[in-house]
Design a protein around this ligand. Structure first.
Ligand code: ZN
Length: 428
């Protein structure tokens, strides 16, 4: 539907009128330390917010037996999904005239790192200079606050979407995506899906694939009076990762790149994220375990990525001094996430871009993400056009994570206008 300027101004004023409540809601959910395995507290608060929007609630644990056989599944990081629920809020219109919509966001956050490096504690949200600081403030509790604000604003005008709208608050975006996959498996579909990840109000047009692998290395223990009698598993781990760095460099070569990432400084990133090993300062360490994250381009099959990694590791075991005689075992656990390209000429992309242009007064920028997001489930396995569009922020996965509150509220305006246009409106 066409949104005339009068309605546009009403929507903008209604969103602005929700500023205080939206920031308070964001503070409530940032204060919940929703690290992996600790999702229930924040989901209680999100559920209450969904209820205040008059939505029907579906709260459920991912069904491991159901999802483990589906494309897109990543081997679970924790042993169980017991008590670890997704929350879905359902809006049913009086009369479905427009296009249906999924608004998705994840509530899981990554570890804080050393808390003493934070200016204020990571789970005590703090507002300074128009920014809210806290783990998850940007990535991506701000997105959940923004889409709730958009629907609240329409309600305050006596309006509601004239199409089904599904709000999803999911777990495990940061390690498997199995929360979003479980929503898809439960049958939630729509004509489009938007995820307000904090991507500086740009429109996501594609994303890299991400794979996690755990490598266990067994060396040979020895007394340090003759270290050459042993095989140092920790030094072997460094040798192994150094060999993978060679593959990373190759994939970043201009000729090897996917077109979407042609102009990016360094799209493919390999990360040695965790290491443990050894047990005594004066003994050559016998065991080491390293957890590695690997990025790769859309269109590369998971099997091909594994083959490339394993080929490089095998070669290192054969040829590198540090690895000679070491036993190497590889386990794929966590992200086994394919990359994807999101078509830009779809009604979703043009409608959302137009909403941004009208609110922000400037054309939307496009972003090819070098990280993965849950958009892949909708786009690759659900047949649902999807993208990410969310607030300006920074410090994600680092120290002093923040989100711009003005930007979050502008995203709420854009989403409200987009909903009005995409779904149509009816009187409450
Ligand atoms: Zn995120």
């Amino acid at each position: 539907m066409t949104i005339d300027n009068g309605l546009l101004q009403d929507i903008r004023a209604a969103v602005a009128g929700r500023r205080e409540e939206t920031i308070a809601f964001l503070a409530d959910i940032v204060a919940q330390p929703s690290l992996l395995g600790h999702e229930a507290g924040v989901q209680d608060r999100v559920e209450a917010e969904y209820r205040s929007l008059g939505l029907a609630i579906d709260r459920f644990e991912p069904d491991l037996e159901q999802i483990r056989v589906l494309p897109g599944y990543s081997p679970a990081v924790l042993d169980s999904y017991a008590g670890r629920e997704n929350v879905v809020g359902l809006h049913a219109p009086r009369e479905a005239k427009g296009r249906s919509l999924i608004l998705n966001g994840h509530i899981d956050v990554v570890p804080t790192g050393p808390e003493n490096l934070w200016t204020t504690p990571p789970f005590e949200p703090s507002i300074r200079d128009g920014r809210m600081y806290g783990r998850g403030a940007g990535d991506m509790k701000s997105g959940i606050a923004a889409y709730c604000a958009a629907l609240h604003a329409l309600r305050s005008l006596g309006l509601q979407p004239a199409a089904p709208v599904v709000l999803q608050s999911v777990i495990e975006e940061e390690c498997t995506g199995n929360g979003a996959l479980a929503c898809l498996a439960r049958g939630y579909k729509a004509d489009a899906a938007v995820i307000p990840e904090p991507f500086d109000q740009s429109l996501m047009v594609g994303q890299l694939g991400v794979m996690w692998l755990t490598v266990r290395i067994t060396g040979k223990p020895a007394h340090v009076l003759d270290t050459s009698a042993g095989i140092n598993a920790i030094e072997a781990a460094y040798g192994l990762f150094d060999a993978l760095r060679g593959l990373e460099a190759e994939w970043n070569e201009p000729a090897q790149r996917h077109a979407l990432f042609r102009d990016h400084a360094h799209p493919v990133n390999f990360n040695l994220g965790r290491i443990e090993g050894g047990d005594w300062t004066s003994s050559v360490p016998c065991t080491a375990r390293v957890d590695i994250r690997v990025g790769f381009y859309p269109g590369m099959a998971l099997a091909a990525v594994k083959a490339a990694l394993e080929g490089r590791i095998d070669e290192a075991v054969r040829s590198r001094r540090e690895l000679r005689g070491a036993r190497v075992e590889i386990e794929y656990r966590g992200f086994q996430a394919e990359g994807c390209v999101l078509a830009t000429d779809t009604p979703l992309m043009t409608t959302l871009s137009a909403a941004h242009q009208r609110i922000a007064g400037a054309p939307i920028r496009q972003l090819a993400s070098t990280a993965t997001t849950d958009a892949r489930f909708f786009a690759l396995y659900g047949g649902i056009p999807a993208t990410c569009y969310g607030a300006v922020g920074g410090g994600y996965h680092g120290i002093d994570e923040w989100v711009s509150l003005d930007s979050m509220m502008q995203v709420a305006e854009v989403l409200a206008l987009f909903i009005a246009d995409w779904c149509g409106l009816e009187a409450r």
